[in-house]
Design a protein around this ligand. Sequence first.
Ligand SMILES: Nc1ncnc2c1ncn2[C@@H]1O[C@H](COP(=O)(O)OP(=O)(O)OP(=O)(O)O)[C@@H](O)[C@H]1O
Ligand SMILES: [Mg+2]
Length: 353
Amino acid sequence: MPRALAKPGRNRKVTAADIRQSLLAALDRFAGSRVLVIGDLMLDRYLTGDATRISPEAPIPVVLVEKEELLIGGAGNVALNIRSLGGEVVLIGRRGDDEAGRTLEERLRSEGIEACLFAQENYPTPLKTRILARGQQMLRVDRENRAPLTPGAVRGLLRKAGEQLPRCSAIVVSDYDKGLVCAEVMGGLRGLRAAGEKKIPLLVDPKPENFPLYKDVTALTPNLHESGACAKMPVSGPREIVAAGRAIMRECACPHLIITLGGQGMAVFVSGEEVSHIPTSARQVFDVTGAGDTVIAALALGAAASLPLITSCLLANYAAGLVVGKTGAAAASPGEIREAVALLPVPDIERWE
Ligand SMILES: Nc1ncnc2c1ncn2[C@@H]1O[C@H](COP(=O)(O)OP(=O)(O)OP(=O)(O)O)[C@@H](O)[C@H]1O
Ligand SMILES: [Mg+2]
């Protein structure tokens, strides 16, 4: 049992009730913690209808659209998750100078998310359109380019980050490889953190292409595929996952690494020595979209509240387990997590060598 989880009196064994109590106390500390989120924003568009005909033009179904939904994605979804978990958030990103960008801005405003988006010409707001019929996804159409940030946008973004940082206790970089996370932005954040009185934790949801940019961050949260791609090794079982994780930690010099393992939960690395496996707490799985956003949102709130890493990971794992049971890129509330902590068995944390 991890030491950080519960402190019973001397000579008393740590019970499931002790662990639950300590998790609930930790969860209370999410409230009011403030996180700065910087990253790629996107708009998720869902067109839902019925498909009863085959097109006369090509052997493909025709979907008659009945409903259109536009949802905030990418770094915006991380911000929504932080807010849903009881935290406060400020979001910095970019959008295109286009209809999707204006819609994104409007959606964030109506959700009450404090956001500062830089509009860039010749950059289309990343838009993922999913066409669904009869409960099934028929096609996804993406519109995006990875245009680099203009030098003016880099300066503006870092200036804004500098203004916001004194009010925040953690930073999340949500990298969807749409061009925002670059050497200039990561270097600028490094400088801002070094200049602060206390080095504020920086957590990154990474993309394999950009691993060389993540030097000296506090924690990385790759999924299994991203870990294998970064470490350039196969990652199917615990031994390989441990080896890949240690290689990533050496490469990026980061003290914490959380590899999310989909239905297998997560592997938590502290300083490359201890590796703990937390099994998923999900009871039903409808839609795994955005579960990674939920994980980094909860971990950032845990870091902002100075919780021990394993405690934050357990809470993140409960939150993600709830989110995969909902449709779309959803979020979990403290009330739902409380209920899960109370009703589900305490996870069996295993040490991986
Ligand atoms: N199929 C599943 N069954 C149970 N739990 C799941 C499943 N998929 C994801 N989870 C939970 O969500 C967490 C994050 O999932 P995953 O490893 O798929 O992240 P991801 O690939 O970054 O997700 P995304 O990029 O879609 O947001 C896991 O650690 C686990 O707690
Ligand atoms: Mg992910």
